[in-house]
Design a protein around this ligand. Structure first.
Ligand code: NAP
Length: 302
């Protein structure tokens, strides 16, 4: 068992990271770092440097902070000789993640830019099914209620928070995993609340007849689907990648689930010091924010 420090004890740390670590046979949650959040029974620090100085046995740091403050923590951990896992999106800008990858290489430490949706149960089966077929088009629909999933998290509407691309990038991480070749963004329409900095909804048109509709204003049933049309049938990923149908017929899938799979992957990477940093999903978001035509919509309040 290797020792790990978890940084940023908030929603996703409590919902997913802590249970996955508690069930893991690879990892011991040896300390937390958070300004106020703690995990019962685990030594808690409010400062990363103090934590790492007190715990030389901790060789890996997993960062669950929002993207805006993450770079400074990641750099400090790498420069202190620790492996680092990043929640998605891996940073608030492409250049800062590239800088981290360079530091990891120089330090011969692992940098793992995780994409939890790629580890959803049906994604590998979808990729395998698609691998023998030619893609003719596709449609992503990712519509959820921001008040339900990000209650009070104003950082998502601040610069670097990416707005609706915070969940949308999960769909793009799956898309870039299962397509045979890269696509690129042709155009985008962004709906930005009058009182906010980032979009609450977006429509994207990609090469290869692929479209995406992201919306954070969906109340009632939530929708996270990806349909990929091929020369030999249509696959549909449902429930964020947990279920798969082919031509409407459900295909059985299994697997450990997203966060247990991420921590197993982290263990494999740190065993050799290898890194895994794929920026493809984030490049599409940066392109959308660059190419997107902005429309101001109603002010949004949590
Ligand atoms: P969160 O609950 O708002 O933030 C996590 C914790 O980070 C906070 O509780 C806070 O803990 C600390 N933090 C916040 N701002 C900080 C700052 N400026 N400086 C230092 N620490 C700060 O966010 P989250 O929902 O867990 O999301 C964190 C990351 O996980 C995001 O990148 C998100 O995309 C990803 N993610 C979230 C979900 C989800 O369902 N929410 C799902 C998958 C992935 P302290 O106040 O104790 O320091």
């Amino acid at each position: 068992m290797a020792n790990l420090a978890l940084v940023g004890i908030g929603k996703i740390a409590r919902d997913q990271h802590v249970p996955a670590l508690e069930a893991s046979t690879d990892w011991t949650l040896a300390a937390t770092v958070s300004r106020s959040g703690t995990v019962p029974g685990v030594p808690a620090y409010t400062d990363l440097e103090t934590c790492l100085a007190a715990h030389p046995e901790i060789d890996t740091v997993s960062l669950c902070l929002p993207p805006q403050p993450r770079f400074a923590y990641a750099r400090a951990a790498l420069e202190a000789g620790r492996h680092v896992m990043l929640e998605k999106p891996p940073g608030q800008s492409l250049a800062e993640v590239s800088t981290l990858a360079g530091i990891a290489g120089a330090q011969q430490r692992t940098l793992y830019a995780s994409w939890h949706s790629r580890a959803a149960r049906a994604v590998r089966a979808a990729r395998d099914w698609r691998s023998t077929r030619a893609v003719t088009g596709g449609e992503i629909i990712w519509k959820e209620d921001v008040r339900r999933w990000h209650p009070g998290q104003d950082w998502v509407f601040e610069p670097g928070g990416m707005g609706v691309f915070d969940p949308g990038i999960n769909a793009l991480s799956i898309l870039t995993e299962i397509l045979p070749a890269p696509v690129h963004l042709l155009s985008a329409a962004l709906s930005v609340p009058a009182n906010r900095q980032t979009p609450i909804a977006a429509h994207l048109d990609f090469s290869g007849a692929i479209t995406a509709a992201f919306d954070w204003r969906q109340e009632g049933p939530q929708t996270w689907t990806i349909e990929i049309r091929t020369d030999d049938g249509t696959l549909k990923l449902l429930d964020g990648g947990d279920r798969l149908t082919v031509d409407g017929v459900e295909i059985a899938v299994d697997g450990p689930g997203e966060y247990p799979a991420l921590y197993a992957r982290l263990a494999a990477l740190t065993a050799t010091g290898a890194s895994d940093v794929d920026l493809a999903p984030m490049i599409h978001v940066a392109d959308a924010l660059s190419l997107g035509r902005r429309q101001t919509v109603a002010a949004f309040h949590f």
